[in-house]
Design a protein around this ligand. Structure first.
Ligand code: PLP
Length: 388
């Protein structure tokens, strides 16, 4: 037997903070607990029927059985450009300003490989999606965390970034509507980010995975709607959350042609694009009637209302989400993030995610994902009531 040693980049990965919770979850499942799992950001609602049917038709066509191009079919990229035009009034060239991705996670994880040298800094929001720091570390870059704090409306404070860090910064990740805090960003914030990026030559990568999961009719804006955005960065998008297609693995990046060409260089050397039948189905998805999407949004809005009102009635301090399917709640004072999650799991059979798992500034918070039917969410609130 040879001595199988992991590479340093894997050995040095940040500790997996959900391991203890995973173990407790498995233990309660083994005991037969009727667990209400509100910890996963994966919608329980199926993909709309017209998208599944488009896939069924496309999969039988032999031309789709061959290697796709890494950058995406022209028809898929054109559908993305049309969607941007209709949804955000942003005009992009489908040839040079749109790139297909095997889910946006793929693009987010790979983008630092294209631009980050050892010693370069990547600015990363915290709490945040773990792929931002991990993609940075895999590329040999240095992570500088930008805390997202309640008192700053969960926006990073750019003035708090030290001058020497800004000098070495190559890339910055932003994500609104935000996972895990559910916060949104105003236009003025993006304007500030663009000024900073131009001054210090920083590429902005805005993750807009939740732009279509919005409530009360208040549509979030695209980073690319802001003047100057196309000069400094790109926006990542996903069909996963918009169309309940997490399992299909397709997304896209839109924006600055030079940045997309760099990311494309990495992709053309590492992957071979998205199965074309999935791209065909995604073209159908991008043309979905808004009434269908409104129905999907209403499902999450009803759940949000039940969970939000329920938690507030129990005396918890909760940010009311205007978008995303997450609730970000302060844990009662006598608990830490993790001890509160354990308390709910062991005594109420309700599983949330400890905020600290998304980064140190998430300590003191718990995230609930609205990825279970309204009845189960009601039941979760009732059970939490009994133990608080
Ligand atoms: C779900 C999610 C994604 C990516 O989803 P894909 O399925 O890989 O497209 C990206 N960013 C955030 C913040 C997410 O929550």
């Amino acid at each position: 037997m040879i001595d199988v040693q992991l590479a340093d980049r894997v050995k040095n990965l940040p500790p997996y903070l959900f391991a203890a919770i995973d173990k407790m979850k498995d233990e309660s499942l083994a005991k037969g607990v009727d667990l209400i799992n509100l910890s996963i950001g994966d919608p329980d609602v199926p993909t709309p029927k017209h998208i599944v049917e488009a896939m069924q038709a496309a999969v039988t066509r032999a031309e789709h059985h061959q290697y796709p191009s890494y950058e995406g079919m022209p028809a898929y990229r054109a559908a993305v450009a049309d969607w941007y035009k209709v949804r955000f009034h942003v005009t992009v060239d489908p040839k040079s300003e749109v790139l297909s991705l095997i889910g946006s996670k793929e693009g987010i994880g790979h983008v630092p490989l294209a631009f980050v040298n050892p010693g370069d800094v990547v600015l990363v929001p915290s709490p945040g999606y773990p792929v931002y720091p991990v993609g940075t570390l895999f590329a040999g870059g240095e992570v500088h965390l930008m805390p997202l704090l309640e008192e700053n409306s969960y926006l990073p404070n750019f003035r708090a970034i030290p001058a020497d860090v800004l000098k070495r910064a190559k890339l910055m990740f932003l994500n609104y509507p935000n996972n895990p805090t559910s916060a949104g960003a105003p236009k003025s914030f993006y304007e500030e980010a663009i000024v900073l990026a131009k001054k210090h030559n920083i590429i902005i990568c805005h993750d807009a995975a939740y732009s279509e999961v919005y409530f009360d009719g208040e549509k979030p804006m695209s980073f690319l709607e802001v003047e100057g955005a196309m000069d400094v960065g790109i926006e990542f998008h996903s069909l996963s959350k918009t169309y309940n297609m997490t399992g299909w693995r397709i997304g896209f990046a839109v924006g600055n042609a030079n940045v997309l060409a760099g990311l494309g260089k990495i992709k053309s050397n590492l992957d071979s694009g998205v199965f074309q039948a999935i791209q065909e189905a995604s073209i159908a998805a991008l043309k979905t009637d808004d009434a269908v999407l409104a129905d999907l949004r209403n499902i999450f809005q009803e759940r949000r209302d039940v969970m939000y009102e329920g938690l507030v009635s129990l005396g918890l301090k909760v940010q009311k989400p205007k978008a995303t399917f997450y609730l970000w709640a302060k844990v009662p004072q006598e608990y830490s993030s993790s001890s509160f999650v354990s308390h709910l799991l062991n005594n109420a059979g309700v599983l949330g995610t400890p905020g600290v798992g998304f980064g140190a500034p998430g300590e003191g918070y718990i995230r609930f994902a609205l990825t279970k039917p309204t009845e189960r969410i009601k039941e979760a609130v009732d059970r939490i009531k009994k133990i608080l």
